[in-house]
Design a protein around this ligand. Structure first.
Ligand code: FPP
Ligand code: MG
Ligand code: MG
Length: 381
């Protein structure tokens, strides 16, 4: 239940698998060019929270003991995994690219189904983190960011050109690893995510599908914002959760539940992010604070505040570009109920994420997934 979830440390439940995550990703990123190697690994080496891979691993375990599609069993899964190991052929992409690194080598004997994380699911967790790191490299170029995770951002450290190319390289290698999972449905899901990230980012650049903003379109603008937020922030985690379930032979019902969990968690997570942008200092965040208004972005707190303060409309429309807009908008948002309404909306998504898990049998991993939701709401960075 929710009460006991406070004591649950989701990281430790899948601690064994997470411990080898960074090392395994690095083995997928070897390049013949040492400098490309360095740039591509820059965010992989920085102190990320690894929330996405953690959720993938927890979902893998939570769905391992749920109903399976007809004809699927664990022996089969381990057998399939071995098949992936042995059917690989060298790619010879670059002189010192070692295709052996792409192989899924680890199989073990499971005594308890709830401990079962397939090597394909572990690889999925690595792919998810690679796609995430790629999107951050590109995002920091777009956002002109100077810091990330308490360090210089990739674009500042290496320049825009190298940051963009390193992101592309990460996507390329993530795609190779994805292809090697030999699962067409998962390949389709995760490839769609990459397109979704770009679609979300594009929607954000455009900011609205309205030419003229008026209070009457505030609601529509919120819908646009939520659609953008799904694509930019929730698509990766939701489709990764579904992929984890699919790789484990889950039924449609279980795969749908995994997807709904990820979607609602992702939406809640971004709403909290957009709230923290107003409430927490850059020092605490390890990245710029108050960034959104400076970037011309009206996120949920500003959109809710707009309903109370119509004078925000023109500022949103001109993307806070006039002298004094950012300061004025910030104080209007902070004194409105925009932050409280954003929090309430995040809470409702959190509850929907927890509700989605109802069809899964109780387990330590399920408690872990619930604890992730609780933490997402309470986090300060
Ligand atoms: C962070 O948002 C950005 C994302 C979650 C997605 C960014 C996607 C792209 C740049 C499209 C290209 C995609 C790929 C896969 C290369 P934010 O700027 O609100 O968060 P921040 O405060 O952490 O910077
Ligand atoms: Mg950014
Ligand atoms: Mg951004």
């Amino acid at each position: 239940g929710i009460a006991s979830a406070f004591k649950t440390d989701p990281t430790s439940i899948v601690g064994n698998e997470l411990a080898s995550l960074t090392k395994n990703i690095k083995s997928l990123l070897g390049s013949g060019h040492p400098f490309l190697d360095r740039v591509a690994k820059y965010y992989i080496n920085s102190e990320g929270k690894h929330i996405r891979p953690m959720v993938v691993l927890l979902m893998s375990r939570a769905t391992a003991i749920a109903p399976k599609v007809d004809g699927w069993n664990v022996d089969q899964a381990v057998l399939d995994t071995n098949a992936v190991n042995t059917s690989l052929t060298p790619l010879g992409i670059l002189n010192d690219f070692n295709p052996d690194h792409m192989k899924l080598s680890e199989t073990k004997t499971f005594t308890n189904l709830g401990e079962l994380v397939l090597s394909t699911q572990r690889r999925l967790a690595e792919i998810v983190e690679m796609i995430h790191a790629a999107s951050l490299l590109h995002d920091d170029v777009i956002d002109l960011a100077e810091t990330r995770r308490g360090k210089k951002s990739g674009n500042l450290e290496f320049g825009n050109k190298m940051a963009v190319l390193a992101g592309d390289f990460l996507l390329g290698r993530a795609s190779v690893a994805l292809a090697r999972l030999r699962d067409a449905e998962v390949t389709e899901l995760m490839s769609t995510v990459i397109a979704n990230l770009v679609e979300g980012e594009f929607m954000q650049l455009e900011n609205s599908n309205q030419d003229k903003l008026s209070p009457e379109v505030a609601r529509e603008t919120l819908d646009y914002y939520l659609q953008k937020t799904y694509l930019k922030s929730a698509a990766l985690i939701s489709k990764s959760c579904r992929s984890a379930a699919v790789l484990g032979g889950a039924t449609q019902e279980v795969a749908d539940a995994a997807y709904q969990y990820g979607k609602n968690l992702g939406l809640a997570f971004q709403l909290v992010d957009d709230m923290l942008d107003y409430t927490v200092s850059a020092e605490e965040l390890g990245k710029p604070a108050g960034a959104d208004l400076n970037l011309g972005l009206a996120t949920a707190p500003a959109l809710f505040a707009w309903e109370e303060h119509p004078e925000l409309g023109p500022m949103i429309e001109r993307k806070f570009s006039e002298e004094g807009d950012v300061v004025k908008a910030r104080s209007l948002v902070v004194e409105s109920n925009g932050l409280a309404r954003t929090k309430a909306l995040a809470e409702s998504y959190c509850q929907a994420a927890i509700d989605a898990l109802a069809c899964l049998p109780d387990s330590e991993a399920k408690e872990g997934l619930i604890a992730v939701v609780e933490k997402a709401l309470k986090r300060k960075k």
